[in-house]
Design a protein around this ligand. Structure first.
Ligand SMILES: [Zn+2]
Length: 165
């Protein structure tokens, strides 16, 4: 029987280590309590995800910690904050990604990066503990088959209609 390790009142470690890709590869993602990744995940939960959960209701983690082999497998950025446990991809049932991202922006939290990804989920990253939050806001969207990144939080349909203006 596995014990549930809590990172903050509403988030447990297993939510950040579950991966269908890893499962298909027959590999497990292990994060040792007390490790750097564990402490980063705790920091992400305590400073960002827990306040978001308290304001918006249950938060679903679609991608949490990614060891480098997993990040590579799913085509993540080579400098992805997921690899240090400082980022998560989230959704909130009943809300669009843009609604979630705009609500988070309005909360005044100290995030490093807040991204509306394809209008489907929100990527949120925490700065390293002690670093000044950059509060960068971006939208990643598809222009035909090309992936594009635009400053600010936008509805993906508006960007596609405007050709990325
Ligand atoms: Zn992400």
């Amino acid at each position: 029987m596995k014990t549930r390790v809590l990172l903050s009142p509403h988030f447990s470690l297993d939510e950040f280590t579950a991966s269908q890709t890893a499962e298909r590869m027959g590999r497990q993602i292990v994060v040792e309590p007390g490790s750097d990744v564990f402490r980063n995940l705790q920091h992400l939960c305590l400073t960002l995800l827990q306040p978001i959960r308290e304001a918006l209701g249950p938060v679903v983690i679609s991608s949490g910690y990614r060891p480098p082999w997993l990040n590579e497998q799913i085509g993540g950025s080579p400098r992805s904050d997921h690899m240090s446990g400082l980022a998560a991809d989230i959704t909130v049932p009943g809300k669009t990604a843009l609604e979630v991202a705009e609500a988070i922006r309005g909360m005044g939290l100290g995030f490093k990066q807040l991204i509306n990804e394809h209008g489907r989920w929100v990527h949120i990253a925490a700065p390293e503990p002690g670093e000044i939050p950059r509060r960068q806001e971006l939208t990643i969207w598809k222009d035909g088959t090309r992936s594009r990144t635009t400053e600010g939080l936008h509805a993906v349909a508006d960007l596609q209609a405007g050709g990325g203006a």
